[in-house]
Design a protein around this ligand. Structure first.
Ligand code: X2X
Length: 339
């Protein structure tokens, strides 16, 4: 069977708990190094399309010495489980939002400051520049984890609800909104005077379906690939933060690889990350009509009104203090003055 991106990903869509079928492609004998990578996104999300491709390349370039296995869609557990497994070595790689990583590395949350990055040119200048380097150094400081240089993209986050459109911050007052498990996200949505509930992504669809929460926030690519439009009526374009996915590795596991295999993994993870960024940007830019066609009511908003609300709640000054002046100065080097 000729392996294409499409049948790799779709095949995995039907699979139960099993890795995307990339190893067998080369009829490879038992590999020296079986490497497990897990993530929390649907099989059809660009992250898994590119991850499946990347795994095929790693296995081929290592001449079968590596069996790189991709476990999508929370197959290895929810984010909290997978972070703990990657720290312990139960998993070798894991892609995680800097803000959820903030539960372990508080400094990592700085890339999620609300309305900080005006556009993607600022995002990549910062994340491929000194801000990304600063955060990766903090991740290294955990002693158990490291992050590859090129952060993968999640995109700008939008708010969806089953009850009403969000036109101004006042519409968020008292709203039961799901947010990922992160102190930073709690702080932002408390500043908006909503009632945030921290829930792992694995449980988001069911929490919305059963009305445990009325709202959530995510980039359009996730709203679409996770089919959240089936349980959400309104989609308010707030672009309230940019979010990414650090491609995290277990240090001990990676250090066991010979240098030539480390180089193959590193080059392919970073290259796949750059391709995934382009895919996510294009997909996020193309989904509004698609989601409208599926019945979602879309509205735009004025970012300055939401930014002013955060300012009046001391959100920026509080986090300036928490991250410290040096880190905040690195951020503002790319965004301009935020407070
Ligand atoms: O949990 C979320 O909302 C998600 C999928 O965007 C992240 O992994 C941060």
């Amino acid at each position: 069977m000729t392996l294409t991106r499409r049948n790799l990903v779709l095949g995995a869509g039907a699979a139960a708990v099993s890795a995307l079928p990339v190893g067998a492609a080369f009829g490879q004998a038992k590999a020296e190094f079986a490497l497990k990578y897990g993530n929390n996104l649907p099989v059809t999300h660009p992250m898994n399309v590119r991850a499946a491709e990347m795994a095929v390349k790693i296995n081929a370039e290592s001449k079968g010495r590596i069996a790189f296995e991709v476990y999508p869609n929370n197959q290895l557990g929810n984010d909290t489980d997978m972070l703990s497994q990657t720290r312990s070595g139960g998993m070798d790689f894991f892609t995680l939002s800097p803000l959820i990583l903030g539960t372990l590395v508080p400094a990592a949350q700085i890339s999620g400051v609300g309305f900080a990055f005006k556009d993607y040119s600022q995002v990549w200048a910062a994340m491929d520049g000194d801000l990304g380097a600063h955060v990766r150094k903090q991740i290294d400081g955990t002693g158990s984890l490291f992050a590859f240089e090129k952060i993968w993209d999640n995109g700008y986050r939008q708010i969806t609800t089953s009850t009403k459109a969000v036109n101004t911050p006042d519409d968020l007052k008292g709203m039961k909104i799901r947010i990922p498990p992160s102190p930073f996200w709690v702080s932002m949505f408390k500043a908006f005077e909503s009632s945030p509930a921290t829930i792992n992504f694995a449980e988001v669809y069911s929490s919305l379906q059963t009305k445990v929460v009325d709202a959530q926030e995510n980039p359009l690519a996730i709203i679409a690939t996770a089919k959240l439009n089936e349980v959400q009526k309104f989609c308010s374009i707030t672009n309230h933060m940019w979010d990414g996915f650090w491609f995290l590795g277990n240090k001990k596991s990676f250090d066991r690889l010979p240098a030539d295999l480390q180089a193959i993994v590193t080059r392919n993870v970073n290259t796949a990350g750059l391709s995934q960024r382009e895919d996510v940007r294009k997909l996020n830019g193309s989904l509004l009509t698609d989601l409208q066609g599926k019945g979602m009511a879309i509205n735009t908003t004025n970012a300055e009104v939401f930014r002013a609300k955060l300012r009046s709640a001391n959100f920026y000054s509080d986090w300036n203090k928490k991250f410290g002046p040096d880190a905040w100065a690195i951020l503002e080097k790319y965004t301009g003055k935020l407070v």
